[in-house]
Design a protein around this ligand. Structure first.
Ligand code: NDP
Ligand code: MG
Length: 393
């Protein structure tokens, strides 16, 4: 039985993968405030910030995926006894270090193997890294069930749904999930107008400050497509029963409609520290530094999405309906396309076209294995890169 008055259990031991990023940095702050101990940290190449985090949080292990950055980090923290590793082996070893919770906030499908490694080691996972669930949903959910571990959503919409179903009867009384979407910086624009938008414009999100990849995903609305697939796996609900609703103010973070047509929503100011903290403290709730919501200050608006202009949403719907390796394919194409767009090598609307094309690529027949997902990811990345080279600008 959970003792809801005993708040000492929120002082967990926590490993944070992607600790130098937007979610990772906020997670460290939340963890510190809760009195958690940091067991291991991992990131890609920002060894300077990793050095600061090691000195402040004193993990027993730190990983820089990039080998050169790991070598640099070894020199920087040569006076300390922290173990430093690199590459995927390092990430998976960090994920498996003895701890109470692994918070995975790396960006991209590179988070898949560490998510599985954490579960195989018997750890609960707080998941921000949606790409690992999009590409490997079935494997991830089956591994979680087999290992008897929880996946606690960090993504704000999924945290909202998770909060709305607390205490719900287990008899599938949920009729529909409604994911809210801010609509991003290009809400209301036409395809023609989108052709001309710049990387700088796409990087200015109206409501959230996030890493570059998810900011572009929000601008194309691929983010909502990825989140639809994420919700399908997390809540075991048919994708036909997941709707998307544009809500410009990002105050209602998502809703659950029950069979009796009663709708339960979760609201709060747009601040990721709320879902991050809930993933760490669940099922308990404790105080935060986050501002209270004053509803008199907002006028809330809701609109249907423009599926014709924001083509990535339907591509994700098609992928999850087809099932198998299709979600891994659209995710891989999107990761490559976003990176090319950030490097100013393709235009904004090319991202959607490359994602749609990936649905036509020949990919292995699915047997649901991790190897096949990784192989599909590799094949689709190569094909997307070569398709992108043919785009005339
Ligand atoms: P950022 O780009 O700010 O941070 C990404 C983090 O991942 C950095 O720590 C980066 O390290 C690390 N990283 C990148 N590649 C690797 C790798 N190969 N191995 C190890 N670490 C790696 O992204 P966000 O924090 O914004 O997003 C992280 C995840 O959370 C994404 O999946 C995103 O979709 C999801 N998310 C984010 C939200 C947000 O508000 N930001 C909201 C909901 C979900 P380095 O700094 O060294 O490059
Ligand atoms: Mg989200």
């Amino acid at each position: 039985m959970t003792n809801y008055n005993d708040l000492s259990s929120v002082k967990k031991r926590i490993t944070i993968l992607g600790s130098t990023g937007s979610i990772g940095r906020q997670s460290l702050n939340v963890a510190k405030r809760l009195g958690c101990t940091v067991t291991a940290l991992a990131a890609h190449s920002n060894s300077k910030l990793m050095e600061q985090q090691i000195r402040q949080y004193k993990p027993s292990m730190a990983v820089m995926f990039d080998k050169k950055a790991a070598d640099d980090l070894k020199v920087r923290v040569g006076d300390l006894s922290v173990k430093i590793m690199s590459d995927m082996d390092g990430l998976c070893e960090a994920a498996a270090v003895d701890t109470d919770l692994v918070l995975n906030s790396v960006v991209g499908m590179v988070g898949l193997c560490p998510t599985i490694a954490a579960m195989e080691a018997g750890h609960h996972v707080a998941l921000a890294n949606k790409e690992s669930l999009v590409a490997g949903g079935e494997v991830v959910m089956k591994t979680a069930a087999r290992c008897g571990v929880n996946i606690l959503p960090v993504d704000s919409e999924h945290s909202a749904i998770f909060q709305c179903i607390q205490g719900a009867p287990p008899n599938r009384a949920v009729k529909r999930l409604i994911l809210t979407a801010s609509g991003g910086p290009f809400f209301g624009k036409t395809i023609e107008e989108l052709k001309a938008v710049t990387t700088t414009e796409a990087l200015s999100h109206p409501n959230w400050r996030m890493g570059a990849k998810i900011t572009i995903d929000s601008a194309t609305m691929m983010n909502k497509g990825l989140e639809l697939i994420e919700a399908h796996w997390l809540f075991n609900i048919d994708s036909e029963n997941i709707d998307i609703l544009i809500h410009r103010e990002s105050i209602v973070h998502s809703l659950v409609e029950y069979k009796d047509n009663s709708v339960i929503a979760q609201l709060g100011v747009p601040d990721m520290r709320i879902p991050i903290q809930y993933a760490i403290t669940w099922p308990l709730r404790v105080n935060t530094e986050v501002k209270e919501l004053d509803l008199t200050k907002y006028s809330l608006s809701f609109y249907p999405p423009d599926y014709k202009t924001f083509v990535c949403i339907d591509a994700c719907k098609t992928a999850i309906k087809r099932g198998g390796l299709s979600p891994a394919a659209v995710n891989a194409a999107n990761e490559v396309a976003v990176s090319l767009f950030l490097d100013r090598k393709i235009g904004f609307t090319d991202i959607g076209q490359l994602v749609i094309q990936s649905l036509e690529y020949e990919i292995p027949v699915a047997n649901g294995s991790l190897e096949q997902i990784l192989q599909t990811d590799k094949i689709v990345r190569e094909k997307t890169l070569s398709s992108a080279k043919k785009i005339k600008r």
